[in-house]
Design a binder for this molecule. Structure first.
Ligand code: PGA
Length: 260
């Protein structure tokens, strides 16, 4: 069984068209300059919706893929301000982030809604990158594994079994208290949660769980990325702040180990 390491850049609500172009160009050029060796990972960029089409054009035939930051659970219709999966596909996306903690907090997305959005992504031919994670309060109460377990359990019935056979589901563990704070989870804390998630997915999907990728996110930087990616059940990273500078993002890709 092979899992390919995956590095996702989440640009969040940052940048206009010009900065998005510059950033995409910098990343493509940097990866091109490294093409003497084949990349040890897949790379996905998730710009704000207004820059998706432009970034898609800049990525051209490069190995870098495009993702949305969110999608509607609906297929089309009267949902002002929303984007559906088909629209994301139409501007070149193959991936989409679902259930980011900022959306869970800002937009009241609960586990059931996140599961419906994940199902919509599968329905519309997008690879979902589903975020889970505990708050500081939940960690301090000793509820981390219960929270992650419930977030994952809500997803399980909505993963199409035939897709579970392929490398489709991506789960990103992002402790809410480590996002954008510069505060890092300890390596043991990360492996504990990732190992727990792998076992839970194995209980639900059997051998197919070995194909599902588990990313870590939360203040990942070039200085800590290598140690995090080296952990047994970490298959890559979801990178926020450090994905906004091409040099930093490329430096993170440089420390991805050849694991699988
Ligand atoms: P951060 O964000 O790397 O800035 O902590 C990660 C994320 O929210 O996906």
């Amino acid at each position: 069984m092979r899992r390919r390491m995956l590095i996702v850049g989440n640009w969040k609500m940052n940048g206009l068209i010009e900065t998005a172009q510059e950033l995409a160009d910098g990343i493509v050029a940097g990866l091109g300059a490294r093409s003497g060796r084949s990349l040890p990972c897949e790379v996905v960029l998730c710009p704000p919706a207004t820059a998706l089409l432009t970034v898609h054009q800049r990525l051209g035939g490069s190995v870098v893929k495009l993702g949305g930051q969110d999608l509607s659970e609906h297929e089309s219709g009267a949902h002002t301000g929303e984007l559906c999966g088909i629209m994301l596909r139409n501007v070149g996306c193959r991936h989409v982030i679902v259930g980011h903690s900022e959306r869970r907090a800002d937009c009241g997305e609960d586990d059931a809604k996140v599961a419906r959005k994940m199902a919509a992504a599968f329905r519309d031919g997008l690879q979902p990158i589903v975020c889970v994670g505990e708050t500081l309060d939940e960690r301090e109460r000793g509820a981390t594994l219960a929270v992650i377990g419930a977030q994952l359990a809500a997803l399980v019935p909505h993963v199409p079994r035939e897709l579970a056979k392929r490398q489709t589901l991506v789960v990103a563990y992002e402790p809410v208290w480590a996002i954008g704070t510069g505060r890092n989870a300890e390596l043991e804390q990360i492996q504990e949660v990732h190992g727990f998630m792998r076992r839970q997915l194995h209980d639900a999907f059997g051998a197919d769980a070995a194909r599902m990728r588990l990313l870590y996110g939360g203040s990942v930087k070039p200085a800590n990325a290598g140690a995090i990616f080296g952990l047994e059940d970490v298959d890559g990273g979801l990178i926020g702040g450090a994905s906004l500078k091409s040099a930093e993002f490329l430096a993170i890709i440089d420390v991805v180990p050849e694991k699988f």
